[in-house]
Structures are given as structure tokens and as C-alpha cells.
Design a protein around this ligand. Structure first.
Ligand code: ADP
Length: 407
């Protein structure tokens, strides 16, 4: 089934057209800087030439039109009719406690996504904009929401409850939700396929290290703990997000600098993390380069980042009583041998023995074992594919729905 996967940010729409039967991408692309004076439109067809143009794209609806007109266009000929697309899969970041699985989108689902705006203010509003735009552009096919939080629904209360009055959990649903669920799910399944074993006994620590970063403890195939929490702001230090900090810092700052809430929000979400620590960049490639040139603060940012990874690995090994495999994925996890090495070096005590040559030789896009043969804990680089998970879920739900073109 041909599924269009859509991932909307506040000023961007990313898409992937995926044939779920053959698990093959036909075309992917990105419309960036939506609403700016000029927007950038990129398309990467599987069998064709990559294109990059600047255009005026005012909103998400225009971005969707642009994408469909490219897919149908005489130059690309990716599809011959919009009816070739049988379903749309939407990435939705926060499903709160309402969605433990992907769902067919209707008015109630849209309302529930809106109710979770407060919980993921950077993500859920543009996700819903994308849903509205795509439903208007493709009204006759099923649209499915796939939630980043869903995989973490298996967390036990001891992992998801915070040490605050229980009535706040009951009244406002304040608890840990966890994110990057589709990625942690995908890479852990890839690992199970590799070892040809049922997940029932296996313990895995999955490190999704991109601009956003989270680490998950997966036992028996189920997420049992993860570093992100009530929102995607907590846990690991990220590109521009602070990750965990002592909450008293906020009271202190409000007093010292008389900052309004909106500034605190921006401070922790957009000006902190690797960017804040280095005072230079959020992008790990830039930080590594500058650190090699002797920049002390860039080096410190890298040290904090890798120290946090080690802390989570150690803590999840303790709470799961061991670990069979550590997986690195996403932009940094898949591409940076340096970060992987710093994250797991000198962990022999915990049964982790990195093979430096294998780590250096790992190629982008390939599954690679980077631990030594006699390492008690296997260490892998496994490329993530969140879009494929979304497409497969959307296809399954579309086929089962009475909106399906087959029924
Ligand atoms: P997201 O999807 O969260 O926006 P990605 O998974 O694409 O992020 O990861 C982006 C991060 O990956 C950036 O910090 C980027 O610098 C980093 N990255 C990509 N390639 C490399 C590389 N070769 N070495 C180090 N970091 C890299």
C-alpha cells in the first residue's frame, strides 16, 4: 500500500511516500521556512533527480499542495494520480494518556490532540495543522495518527510517577510519558530480528541521539523506562533543550532576572542544551569540529552530553538488572563514532567492551555491531526509520477501517 507519511514542524513539512508491502521509499522531501519571505522545497525521488528550489509557501496547506503537485508532476512522475495514495500517516508527538496505539483520525482524535497542546507546545500545534492541511488536500482516504508517546504506555507507575502530590497526577495527568517511541520501537525490533530471538527475555537500552535525544530501557520488547518525561524537554541534554535540571533553578531565575514564563520556556527549549553550554552551536558536527580546534566550551558541551548518556545506561542496567544490548541511533548515534566511543568507553565493569575499529568503520545507513566478540553486552549502531513504522501502522489501520478503499 502506498502511504504518505507526514511530519509537521512549526515552519516545516517533512514527507515520505512509502510502499509498505515492499518496505520501500518512493520519494521523500521537505518544505522548510514556511511563512518566511522565501521557503525552501526539497524533493528526493528514489528513481530520479534530487531537486531544491526556493518558493513562496505561506502555510502548511500550501506546503501540502506543493508536495502533491511535485509527486504528480510531469518531471517527477512519482505517482500518476492522487488516488495512488491509499492512506496518510501523521507523526503526532504527544498522545497524553489517551492513546496507547495509533488511531484513525476523526474529530474526537483531533480534539484530543488539541487538548495535549500544553503538553507539547512546540510539536502538537504544528502536528494538528499538518493533519488539517492533509485532510483538506486528501479528503477521501484514511488519515492515521501515530504517537511518539504510544510505545512508552507500558511504563510501570514506579517509572512514570513523579514525587509530587498524587492528586496532581489524578487531576492534571502529570506523569512521565516519554517520546521517540516509534524510533525506540523500530530499532529494538531490528535488534530482535538480528538475534532471531523472541523479545520475551531480552533487555535493551536504546539511545536515540538526534537534535532531540532520549534513551529507553526496553525489557521483553516493552518500554519500561525512558529519559524524556511529561514533555520532550526533560532527560538528556539536547541540541537546544536543557534536559533535566534542578527545578529550583526556575524559582531562582524568576527572582533574580524577573523573567516571565514565556522567557523561561524559550530559555529551556531553545537556548539551552548543547547550544547554551557551548555558546556556539546546537549541531554536534560543528561542536566536534570546534572542540578539535581547541574550543573549551564546545568540548565541555560534548563531555556533558556523553556523561549523561553514560548515566542513563548505568541507571537502566541497574533497574533492569542487566542489559543484553545497547543500541545507538538517529543523527548523532548513527554518525558519530566519537560520541559513541565516549558514551561507552571504560564500561568493562558493566560488561561493555567497545571495538574501536568496528566503531570507526560503521557506515551510515547500515546495522553494525561495534562491540568486541566477547563483550557481555552487545553494542550496535542501528539506523532508525520512524517513517516506516508510521507507514506500516497507517496501512494496517487504513485496511481495517471502513474508510478503506478496499471495503
Ligand atoms: P532530528 O531528527 O532530531 O532533527 P537528527 O536525528 O537528524 O535530528 O540528528 C541531528 C544531529 O545529528 C545534529 O546534531 C547533527 O550534527 C548530528 N549529526 C549528523 N551527522 C553527524 C556526524 N557525521 N557526526 C556528528 N554528528 C552528526
Amino acid at each position: 500500500m502506498l502511504v504518505l507519511v507526514i511530519n509537521c514542524g512549526s515552519s516545516s513539512v517533512k514527507y515520505d511516500l512509502i510502499d509498505t508491502e515492499h518496505q520501500k521509499g518512493y520519494c521523500r522531501g521537505l518544505v522548510e521556512r514556511i511563512g518566511a519571505v522565501t521557503s525552501i522545497v526539497k524533493h528526493q525521488p528514489e528513481n530520479g533527480k534530487n531537486t531544491k528550489e526556493t518558493k513562496v509557501i505561506q502555510n502548511h496547506t500550501e506546503a501540502l499542495k506543493e508536495i502533491l503537485s511535485y509527486l504528480l508532476g510531469p518531471d517527477s512522475k512519482v505517482i500518476s494520480s492522487v488516488s495512488d495514495i491509499k492512506a496518510v500517516g501523521h507523526r503526532v508527538v504527544h498522545g497524553s494518556d489517551m492513546f496507547k496505539d495509533s488511531v484513525l483520525i476523526d474529530d474526537d482524535v483531533k480534539e484530543a490532540i488539541e487538548q495535549a497542546f500544553d503538553l507539547a507546545p512546540l510539536h502538537n500545534p504544528p502536528n494538528l495543522k499538518g493533519i488539517e492541511a492533509a485532510m483538506a488536500a486528501l479528503p477521501d482516504i484514511p488519515h492515521v495518527a501515530v504517537f511518539d508517546t504510544a510505545f512508552h504506555h507500558s511504563l510501570p507507575p514506579k517509572a512514570y510517577l513523579y514525587g509530587i502530590p498524587n492528586r496532581l497526577y489524578r487531576r492534571y495527568k502529570i506523569r512521565k510519558y516519554g517520546f521517540h517511541g516509534t524510533s525506540h520501537y523500530f530499532v529494538s525490533r531490528q535488534y530482535f530480528k538480528l538475534i532471531l530471538d523472541k523479545p520475551s527475555k531480552t533487555k535493551v537500552i536504546s539511545c536515540h541521539l538526534g537534535n532531540g535525544a532520549s534513551i529507553a530501557a526496553i525489557e521483553g520488547g516493552k518500554s519500561v523506562d525512558t529519559s524524556m518525561g511529561f514533555t520532550p524537554l526533560s532527560g538528556m541534554v539536547m541540541g537546544t533543550r536543557s534536559g533535566d535540571i534542578d527545578p529550583s533553578i526556575l524559582f531562582y531565575l524568576v527572582e533574580k532576572e524577573e523573567l516571565p514564563l514565556s522567557n523561561l520556556h524559550a530559555l529551556l527549549n531553545r537556548h539551552s542544551g548543547l547550544l547554551g553550554l557551548s555558546g556556539f552551536a546546537a549541531d554536534m558536527r560543528d561542536l566536534i569540529l570546534e572542540a578539535e580546534n581547541g574550543d573549551r566550551r564546545c568540548q565541555q558541551a560534548i563531555d556533558v552530553f556523553t556523561y549523561k548518556i553514560r548515566q542513563y545506561i548505568g541507571s537502566y542496567m541497574a533497574t533492569m538488572n542487566g542489559c543484553d544490548a545497547i543500541i545507538f541511533t538517529a543523527g548523532i548515534g548513527e554518525n558519530s563514532a566519537l560520541i559513541r566511543q565516549k558514551a561507552v568507553e571504560n564500561m568493562e565493569f558493566l560488561g561493555v567492551k567497545l571495538d574501536e575499529d568496528r566503531n570507526e568503520a560503521a557506515k551510515p545507513g547500515e546495522i553494525t555491531r561495534i562491540s568486541q566478540d566477547d563483550s557481555r553486552v552487545a553494542v550496535y549502531v542501528i539506523p532508525t526509520n520512524e517513517e516506516l513504522v508510521i507507514a506500516i501502522d497507517a496501512a494496517k489501520i487504513a485496511q481495517a477501517s471502513d474508510q478503506s478503499p478496499w471495503i
